[in-house]
Ligand binder design. Structure first.
Ligand SMILES: NC(=O)c1ccc[n+]([C@@H]2O[C@H](COP(=O)([O-])OP(=O)(O)OC[C@H]3O[C@@H](n4cnc5c(N)ncnc54)[C@H](O)[C@@H]3O)[C@@H](O)[C@H]2O)c1
Length: 330
């Protein structure tokens, strides 16, 4: 039995869907501060905070949990710059509460959603796991602190943990039913698709004067279904007896600029994306692209749905159906 924290959110719910397909039992713990009830199958959601150790321990014992996949976190870089205390509170302090509950219940396997934001802005084309971790925003720092805690717990032989450092999570379930639904939406693809659907909401491009090929930020977009697969592989590695702490980059090795993305969106949707250029946003590094070789070797994982056109096609299908749902709401 797997405990999925944050399983009502964007990426955690993709992992839940994969578990359902793979016939793996799971229970979700989510306080719905950002997530949505409709992202979790009936009867599999416990509404609560991961920082509530007693609740976590109870869930682990009553459901017979043997491993945890920890997605729950606050994840807006910009907000973390404005409200660092909230970010350390949710991503570190509540995370400590989770770990207490998990360890009290005797669970010893955990997969953690880490981030490329832990690297800061390394001056390399492709970032591998040995790159120095010098985060430049509070969000990235909270993720690094939690990784350090997991490393210490592993050294103390209390827990075996794998941290997966995602690059830019993107895309949607291919059915068009599930996708990114953050309020407010800060991520680039849904914001650009909203602009394609509604020209009165132009896309805000933050910074076109970065030292990149066309002046806009370059990112490594990876489909949520590919991320989900990597989590299952990581769990299988832990279940196979891997001990200690390890970390893997999840990306494609391909960088795309915001301008590349906008042009792909215009091609896929057949619509213009009205754009307003604004100054750079605090905390955004110019380029973040993964070297995913280690995940390929050790997890046997490779992104298979993460070419930019497929990501945009899936996200577009969801954006259209979601707009239809919102449009018909009373
Ligand atoms: N989206 C990305 O590009 C990206 C990149 C790297 C890492 N990550 C990490 O992946 C994870 C999932 O991200 P997402 O994009 O799905 O975010 P999301 O906001 O859609 O999902 C997070 C979920 O956690 C829940 N949650 C937050 N704090 C909680 C708490 N204290 N107790 C219980 N539930 C809580 C929210 O309600 C939400 O359902 C996060 O840890 C994030 O830092 C995301």
């Amino acid at each position: 039995m797997i405990l999925i924290t944050g399983g009502a959110g964007y990426i955690g719910s993709a992992f839940g869907r994969l578990c359902s397909h793979a016939k793996r039992d799971f229970v979700v713990l989510d306080d719905l501060c950002e997530g949505h009830r409709h992202n979790v199958p009936e009867g599999q959601l416990v509404i609560g905070n991961v920082g509530d150790s007693a609740l976590v321990e109870r869930i682990c014992r009553s459901h017979g949990v043997t491993s945890v996949v920890h997605f729950a976190a606050s994840c807006y870089v910009g907000v973390s710059v404005q409200k660092p205390l909230d970010y350390y509170d949710n991503n570190v302090a509540r995370g400590v509460g989770l770990l207490r509950g998990v360890l009290n219940a005797g669970v010893r396997k955990l997969v953690f959603s880490s981030s490329c934001a832990t690297y800061g802005q390394p001056n390399v084309e492709l970032i591998d796991e040995s790159a120095s971790q010098q985060p430049i925003n509070p969000y990235g720092k909270t993720k690094l602190v939690f990784e350090m805690l997991l490393r210490d717990l592993a050294a103390a032989r209390s827990l075996n943990a794998l941290a997966l450092r995602y690059f830019n999570a993107a895309g949607a379930d291919p059915s068009g039913t599930f996708g990114e639904e953050h309020v407010p939406e800060t991520h680039v693809i849904p914001r650009a698709l909203t602009a394609a659907l509604d020209e009165s909401q132009p896309f805000t491009l933050f910074g076109d004067d970065y030292p990149t090929i066309d002046g806009t930020c370059v990112r490594d977009y990876v489909h949520i279904d590919d991320l989900a697969t990597a989590h299952l592989s990581a769990l299988q590695l832990l279940e196979g007896g891997v001990e200690g702490f390890d970390a893997f980059n999840l990306g494609t090795g391909e960088g795309n600029s915001v301008r590349d993305l906008l042009s792909c969106i215009e091609t896929v949707t057949g619509r213009a994306v009205p754009t307003v250029v604004m100054p750079r946003r605090l905390g955004d590094p110019p380029r973040l692209v993964a070297n995913p070789a280690r995940a390929q070797q050790k997890l046997g994982w490779r992104a298979v749905r993460s070419d930019l056109a497929t990501i945009v096609e899936d996200a577009w299908r969801f954006a259209q159906s979601h707009q239809a749902v919102r449009g018909s709401a009373p």
